[in-house]
Write a new protein. Sequence first.
Length: 621
Amino acid sequence: SDLYGIEAWGHDLVTVTDTGDVALRDPLDPSIPPVSLPAIIKDLNERGITSPIQLRVQSFLDMGIHRLNKAFADAIRETGYQGVYRGVFPIKVNQQAEVVSRLVEVGRPYHYGLEAGSKPELIVALAQEMAKESLIICNGVKDDEFIRLAILSRKLGFNTVIVLESLKEFEIVHRVARELDARPLLGVRIKLTQTVTGKWEASSGDRSTFGLGTEQVVRLVDRLEETGFLDCLVLQHSHLGSQVPNIIDIRRTVAESARFYTELKALGVPLKYLDLGGGLGVDYTGEKRSTDNSMNYTVEEYCTNILESVRYAMDEAGLEHPTLVTESGRFVVALSSMLIFNVLDATLYDTPVRPETVAGDHHFVKDLLAVEGYVGPARLQESLNDALYYRDEMRALFRRGQVDIRQMARAEQGFLYIRSLINTQARTGDHSDEVDEALEGVVDYYHGNFSLFQSLPDVWAIDQVHPVIPLQRLNEVPNRRVVFTDITCDSDGKISHFVLRDGIANSLPVHDLTEEDEYYIGVFFVGAYQETLGDLHNLFGDANVVTISLNRNGGFEIEHETEGDTIAQVLSYVEYDPQDCLVAFRRTVERAVKAGQVNAAQRRILMDAYKDSLAGYTYFE
Ligand code: PLP
């Protein structure tokens, strides 16, 4: 049975083999058989690429571009829309050179462009070989230099549009354009009054931070007219925040955008492009509902709804259908990669070992162990209540100095023993939701070799839920429920929301760890925003990043590999010179040798360990 709900959230990319391994499927070529993920990890390990690994699959990335552009092309045909679609990828969603250049390459037949929200991102965009008709949309705060580059880049054949975020920004554009004696392509970012639900609600409505309100838009149009720049304003932009869960919100806001567009046209603005920003969601949980981590529509519905709304408004106003632009980032790249980590250790809240009571033990210890006599399907809740009661009474006695530490240890162990009996019953028999809830409250911890702050920052920052599953032994019934802690010494470094077939849970069913084999966990759909948003908490650096493609004989090829940060690299990010650290450490060791605290052999061990660590991975090796 599909305990983890893979069929619902797996987007046809993830499946399970007969031997219980999670396997990856190629979404673009069905003739490629599923490739076992544990086999991929084993192979990567043999090549020296150890976990944590951020694994990107090339066809997953390509799929995003194809699906988006195909959905728009189909919807254009079906709705009789007379304009074209020219999507742009917002670089901030995944700035990795390899990703951006792949998106530009795969997107070329679609005239897919780029969105730059900062000067560095514009620099990235201008280093790409873009298709002739594709756009570079410049959002964000812009200084003289940014604007100069954007304006002059048009002479190199780039269709660079400067989206005005404020009235003041136009004054800079005005001055720079006059200095250069060049005409810019301009856009205006409109603050819509409609709001959307979801995590990014605050990015919508008239209290949103970016863009011009209605009165400012009219002032801008007047100013453009006055300065002779009105003919440069070709694009209208709006953005309502990311991951919009409800299609009704999209319809409402698109209709408002279209109203602005028709009104601006009526004011004589020669608009040609209608840019609707980002917001197209990803169904992280497979719920297909309008929740924070899911959405109640498909990409096909998204496209049809947009085109219908825009077409309707334009037909009513007797206007040509605009070239439609969206800046969908999350949809294009989120599915493309996953984080893989091994479990280093466990903190378990049960034990198979029954403690022996000794003469003089408080009767609560004996009462606690006596629960064993009636743990059964019919009395599970009672057993749990009793065990908790006796343990807590013992804890109170211990705090008051009435029982000693050895006796307390027997009571704690007794409780863990009873809990393991309850766990076994709870797994096999019917029981109440209360028991489930009570057991969820005392789940075990598995300690993972990853940093939440580096690799899954949105899990920490905005409670993003990703599918998280064990990558092996899925043909065995899991016998534990855990929460994952990371390798930082921060108690916030935890994954405690999981996608299961029955909904979101606060713990994940997993298997016991074994001495022989590593236990790997996969966190799926981390391709959007996570890679560069992460930080160096506790000086854990970038994980190893590997891009693979799946091949016909059930194997894979490495397309690209970026080794994770070494400790020396991470130290240099925070202004240490690793060489200086080494020299200082050697000096300290020498002093200890002179003082007779360290002998020659120990000196060598110390120096080797320090040097090897500097050159090594920041994670557990
Ligand atoms: N465009 C702009 C202006 C944005 O601020 C963002 C991100 O929020 C996006 C596009 C990308 O949005 P999404 O990832 O939801 O497609």
